[in-house]
Design a protein around this ligand. Structure first.
Ligand code: B12
Length: 208
């Protein structure tokens, strides 16, 4: 039994096996970040590669995503962080036109684990909804996710509207096609390429 078996089970779209192996690795004391990165996330990278190469198609991607989510569900309670740094409210969502939510869910879970109050608006969220939720929840941060290059402009529009709203809420963005340079260009307060980095960034933004 090893983390690579979890990787393999995601590629076999076997939800039950992913859950079972993830639980076994946890019980065996395997490092959680290793289960997450080397098992679950790497498997989705491989799925993405095979999709680009025309080996896998959308239904298979979806099945792999479900299998990965099963593993994430097992890890969720263990992603909690024990330290008690300053907390705040974070609104998170995937921008308009985009239905990818695995990375967003992972970031949300890790933020929750780090002690933030996380309000998840789901996927395909329009600008107005982000602005309203930031106001209603008196949020410190709005975190936007996008996995499609075609939905990155929706990030720009949302960041602009949040600034115009005058609420003073900070923004952070992420997702596979997003870069630090893009974050700077659209005036977002921060970017991270992974979930642990997103938590670190959130802590910095609430402390600033
Ligand atoms: C799974 C998947 C799907 C699933 C989504 C299921 C779900 N519930 O999310 C389904 C099958 C539905 C799907 C559909 C489509 N997909 Co898709 N999908 C993927 C795939 C294989 C994996 C994405 C994923 O979950 N990765 C794992 C997570 C953990 O990583 P992540 O999202 O990047 O998140 C991490 C970081 O980016 C960061 N992060 C994420 N969000 C945030 C937010 C903040 C604030 C911060 C700080 C950080 C952060 O932290 C996360 C954890 O480390 C990718 C390929 C890939 N490797 O990226 C393609 C991919 C994103 N999809 C792609 C495409 C083209 C599509 C479709 C258009 C396909 C089609 N023809 O229908 C549709 C679009 C649907 C829509 N309107 O959104 C392309 C996008 C190409 C592009 N340049 O735009 C990709 C890159 C595949 C490819 N190689 O071509 N997809």
């Amino acid at each position: 039994m090893a983390v690579k078996d979890i990787f393999q089970a995601v590629l076999e779209f076997d939800e039950a096996k992913v859950s079972e192996l993830t639980r076994k690795e946890l019980d065996a004391g395997t490092n959680i970040q290793s289960i997450l990165n080397d098992g679950l996330i790497n498997a989705m990278d491989e799925v993405g590669k095979q999709f680009s190469e025309g080996v896998l198609f959308v239904p298979e991607m979806l099945m792999a995503a479900q299998a990965m989510k099963a593993g994430l569900g097992v890890l969720k309670p263990h992603l909690a962080d024990t330290d008690n740094k300053p907390k705040g409210t974070i609104i998170i969502g995937t921008v308009k036109g985009d239905l990818h939510d695995i990375g967003k869910n992972l970031v949300g879970m890790m933020m929750e684990g780090a002690g933030f109050n996380v309000v998840d608006l789901g996927v395909d969220v329009d600008t107005e909804k982000f602005v309203q939720a930031a106001k209603d929840n008196d949020a410190q941060i709005v975190a936007l996710s996008a996995l499609l290059t075609t939905t990155m402009p929706a990030m720009e529009a949302t960041v602009a509207s949040l600034k115009e709203s005058g609420s003073g809420v900070k923004t952070m963005i992420g997702g596979a096609p997003v870069t630090e340079a893009f974050a700077t260009k659209i005036g977002s307060d921060g970017y991270s390429d992974d979930a642990p980095g997103a938590v670190e960034l959130a802590r910095k933004l609430v402390a600033a």
